[in-house]
Design a protein around this ligand. Structure first.
Ligand SMILES: Cc1ncc(COP(=O)(O)O)c(C=O)c1O
Length: 390
């Protein structure tokens, strides 16, 4: 007899991340001999700095082959606390730092902790697709925070506050943002926090994974610096983007005291701990020289200026200033194509992988995400090819 399986309902509600689907298609076209320029995937095109790699190798050679504490090596959690003090001036107890395999687990755990049928969770739209996916998985109702081009894709405190109801359990915000590169200014965050003081039943997940990538003299505003919401704030960050370590799988969040026990149990049930060698590499990343990070951000900034200028020169395309992360999110509606049509034509006809804005939520229609984690030369060639087909 053939299998006749009935999956749990939640599985059909899980979404995906189209960047991986586009990457697979781009790799297939490349294997067929097509010359593909990949501006689709959201990872730095730099190698992990050598001293970090060496620390990982040394950890393996030194025999660090076993489990570590589920919340992460104490030295690593202390180094995270020191790094957050250095970068944001934030004071925190290392016991509130929970180290996990990448940025994603903290968001999944936060949503599992609060999401269930009958409650609402707010999330940015267009935004990182996993937010909406895991909210739906949990059975909670996803409530989009619409991000607008006219606002530089910053979120408006008023929009967020006006959508809070008795059923709201969690609000997810992300600045600097994927897919838009938008950065929310400090006065808007001040306003949001002031407003949130009236809603003590609402937890906040601030995804700050791009906190090292802001341009034109902008400074990152961490939600950790707002004492009035610290007892319900989850602040997510990690090594993937800052240290070009996406494949190592290492991230963390700072959790308030009331959530530490629950998230530690989620870690123990899910993955036990992050592999030990990766944690030693992460320690070297935080404690070693930061030159490679500064150099990477400087190069991103140069490419950002090139890509924004070039996109704005294409017929039917306009591109808002990309203030952070390593994405440009041009409006392509003047080309007459939908976001998905543009993604497909750019890849199939021009050999340029990009991601349709609709992969980041319904508010992304009319936009396409370009990752500028690629050389200036390739960026210029990609725009030349797109110009030729427009
Ligand atoms: C906004 C945002 N948060 C979290 C992540 C997840 O990072 P990681 O690869 O470390 O899981 C990403 C990755 O693209 C992201 O863009």
């Amino acid at each position: 007899m053939t299998a006749d399986l009935k999956f749990a309902d939640g599985i059909s509600r899980l979404g995906t991340e189209s960047a991986f689907v586009v990457l697979a298609r781009a790799q297939k076209l490349a294997a067929e001999g097509k010359d593909i320029i990949n501006l689709g995937i959201g990872q730095p095109d730099f190698r992990t700095p050598d001293h970090i790699v060496e620390a990982g190798i040394k950890a393996l050679q030194d025999g660090h082959h076993g489990y570590t504490p589920a919340n992460g090596l104490p030295a690593l959690r202390e180094a995270v606390a020191a790094d957050l003090h250095r970068r944001h001036g934030a004071m925190l107890n290392p016991d509130n730092v929970i180290v996990v395999p990448g940025g994603k687990p903290s968001m999944f755990f936060a949503v599992l902790m609060f999401g269930q049928p009958g409650v609402e969770i707010m999330y940015p739209n267009p935004g990182f697709p996993i937010y909406e996916s895991v909210i739906k998985y949990s059975g909670a109702t996803p409530v989009p925070i619409a991000l607008e081009e006219a606002n530089g894709f910053a979120f408006a405190a008023e929009t967020v506050l006006s959508q809070i109801t008795d059923k709201t359990r969690l609000i997810i915000i992300n600045s600097p943002a994927n897919p838009t590169g938008g950065v929310t200014p400090k006065q808007e965050i001040d306003k949001l926090v002031k407003g949130l003081e009236h809603y003590p039943h609402v937890a906040i997940l601030s995804d700050e994974i791009y906190s090292n990538m802001l341009y034109d003299g902008r400074a990152h505003v961490s939600l950790l610096n707002y004492p009035s919401i610290r007892d319900r704030l989850i602040m997510l960050d990690g090594w993937s983007k800052t240290y070009a370590m996406t494949g190592w799988r290492l991230g963390y969040a700072v959790w308030p005291d009331s959530m530490v026990d629950a998230v530690t149990r989620l870690c123990i049930n899910d993955h036990s701990c992050v592999n030990a060698a990766t944690q030693f590499a992460g320690l070297a990343a935080l404690q070693g020289p930061q030159d490679a990070v500064h150099d990477m951000v400087r190069q991103f900034n140069e490419r950002r200026q090139v890509i924004v200028r070039e996109l704005n020169s294409l017929p039917g395309v306009r591109c808002a200033d990309a203030a952070g992360a390593f994405y440009a999110f041009p409006n392509i509606s003047g080309t007459g194509m939908t976001a998905r049509e543009a993604q497909d034509r750019f890849l199939e006809d021009a050999g340029v992988a990009t991601i349709a804005g609709t992969s980041f939520g319904s508010w992304g229609e009319g936009f396409v995400r370009f990752s500028y984690a690629n050389s200036t030369e390739n960026i210029l060639e990609a725009i030349r090819r797109i110009r030729a087909i427009l």
